[in-house]
Write a protein that binds this ligand. Structure first.
Ligand SMILES: NC(=O)c1ccc[n+]([C@@H]2O[C@H](COP(=O)([O-])OP(=O)(O)OC[C@H]3O[C@@H](n4cnc5c(N)ncnc54)[C@H](O)[C@@H]3O)[C@@H](O)[C@H]2O)c1
Length: 269
């Protein structure tokens, strides 16, 4: 369904590792809707993942950047300035926790790993926007998006230190969003997505259980990644110009459902 919603718009998309990645779907749809963009990922992901195929398919350039490195970000944004002059959208679709990867319990978090999770999954969002602001690369009414999860508000015990990272990410969206809006008329939001089968998602302990529970406890069921990408496109488009500093739930109604009939039925005696 191509409506040219992003015709003439330029952007940067972080985090397309493989076909399952949310960023991958966003890139496909942004291309369909007429956008041009640079695809970027961490050096190791560029080697291990399949972003080259996506670049070919969407006619985009790729750039290797660790989103925690100010130097890498500086080089990436320099390339964007050279290629596009100004840009209209940025997708930050990045998450990683060493504590999660190593199966270390939240209460026993290794503090260095914990800080790494904050840096990669949240502070990098601040770093990206800092560089974007310094280089004055965003067009007025541009749109910057990060991806979050409801563990920022409610406890999901095995989501581990990523819960704290998501809380920080959403706070950065609000605070940076204020300044970017007031100075440059740029909007900043996070989308809080349903559990989704991706490399990062499935790495969380008990993922099957909380994905199935969310499916049962959402009137519309879990939102698939393609639908998440559609939502991202709408937020990059001019149809949502006054939406900023929000955490927007894209979860089939899970966040506002106390108890669904489907879950109730499982507890009936
Ligand atoms: N999958 C889910 O259930 C789910 C639900 C809600 C929110 N999210 C969020 O969506 C976003 C995208 O994750 P995904 O589910 O598509 O998984 P994914 O594994 O496909 O994407 C995560 C990406 O982060 C990148 N990354 C990790 N460290 C990096 C670094 N230092 N610099 C640059 N990039 C780095 C990875 O290379 C990868 O491309 C994440 O923020 C994740 O927390 C996912």
């Amino acid at each position: 369904m191509a409506n040219n919603l992003l015709a003439g718009k330029k952007g940067i998309i972080f985090g397309a590792l493989n076909e399952d990645s949310i960023a991958w779907k966003v890139a496909e749809k942004a291309h369909e809707q007429g956008a041009e963009f640079i695809l970027t990922n961490a050096p190791v992901a560029m080697r291990m993942g399949s972003m080259g195929d996506l670049a070919e398919k969407t006619n985009s350039e790729t750039f290797s950047a660790d989103a925690t490195s100010m130097e890498d970000l500086d080089n990436l944004f320099e390339l964007a300035v050279k290629k596009f002059g100004k840009i209209d959208f940025i997708l930050h679709s990045i998450g990683m926790s060493v504590n999660v990867r190593k199966g270390i319990h939240y209460t026993e978090s290794n503090p260095d790993y914990y800080m790494k999770a904050m840096d990669v999954s949240a502070v990098s969002f601040h770093k990206v926007m800092k560089v974007a602001m310094e280089k004055d690369i965003m067009n007025e009414w541009g749109s910057i998006l990060g991806l979050s999860y409801i563990a920022a508000q409610r406890v999901f015990p095995d989501y581990n230190d990523m819960a704290d990272a998501k809380t920080l990410l959403e706070s950065i969206a609000r605070n940076f969003g204020y300044h970017f809006g007031a100075r440059k008329k740029v909007r900043v939001n996070t989308i809080s997505q349903s559990p989704t089968y991706t490399t990062a998602g499935s790495g969380v302990k008990g993922f099957d259980a909380f994905s199935s529970y969310a499916e049962d406890n959402s009137p519309l069921g879990n939102a698939p990644s393609g639908a998440c990408a559609d939502y991202c496109i709408s937020l990059f488009s001019d149809l949502t110009k006054y939406v900023t500093m929000q955490n927007l739930f894209h979860d089939g109604g899970f966040s506002f459902t106390g108890l669904s009939h489907s879950v109730m039925d499982k507890y009936k005696k």
